[in-house]
Design a protein around this ligand. Structure first.
Ligand code: GLN
Length: 194
């Protein structure tokens, strides 16, 4: 049987790093730029970048509606950083775009402020159905903060007392970039959700 294909939204941002990481774990991977591209995928990654730009390009290609409809039918999706902002139900104080509303979290963009624009840290990731909790490496780049999460949203990893990786059903959102650190755990989790 062919390995399922993980799509990586490739409109803007660091999609190449995700493609690279998926190849390194032997997963099928495809860059997604249009609705027909998406129909070939069993799961989707929305990468980091600029959420305002990615949102505008998703609207222009009609991918916003298509992603919402596929995720509601069960397709797993993983939003990292800008991607996490885009899958949220609400982006605090943001008037330029509306997020996809796929997971019960409220997000504040660029919430770590200027001094810590970018940093690397170990975060402890909880087990999901298997494996022990483990330290994983994450890179935070102008990262958002999850200010509020619904009760049904599970916290998979925290850093500095704040949730940084969460899941609700088939939707995962993380404020950091595992792909830049070459960290495979979250991508492997996405594969297991298919
Ligand atoms: N600051 C970006 C935004 O708000 C996200 C940064 C990132 O994806 N690394 O869209």
């Amino acid at each position: 049987m062919l390995a399922p294909t993980i799509g990586v939204l490739a409109l803007q941002g660091d999609f190449e790093e995700h493609m690279h990481l998926l190849h390194s774990i032997g997963a099928g991977a495809a860059e997604i730029r249009s609705r027909p591209d998406l129909s070939k995928c069993a799961a989707l990654i929305i990468p980091g970048g600029e959420s305002t730009t990615i949102s505008r390009l998703m609207l222009g290609t009609g991918l916003d509606k298509e992603i919402k409809s596929r995720v509601r039918k069960g397709m797993p999706v993983y939003g990292t950083c800008a991607g996490a902002i885009l899958v949220a139900k609400k982006v605090l104080g943001e008037k330029r775009f509306r997020p996809l509303g796929l997971i019960g979290i409220e997000v504040e963009r660029n919430a770590y402020g200027r001094q810590v624009d970018s940093f690397e840290a170990n975060v402890e990731m909880k087990n999901v159905n298997r494996d022990d909790p483990r330290k994983i490496r994450g890179v935070f780049i102008r990262a958002p903060v999850f200010r509020r999460i619904d009760k049904s949203v599970e916290v998979l990893a925290s850093f500095g007392g704040r949730p940084v990786l969460v899941r609700q059903g088939n939707v995962i959102a993380g404020t950091f970039h595992p792909e830049i650190a070459g960290e495979k755990a979250v991508h492997e989790l996405l594969l297991r959700l298919i």
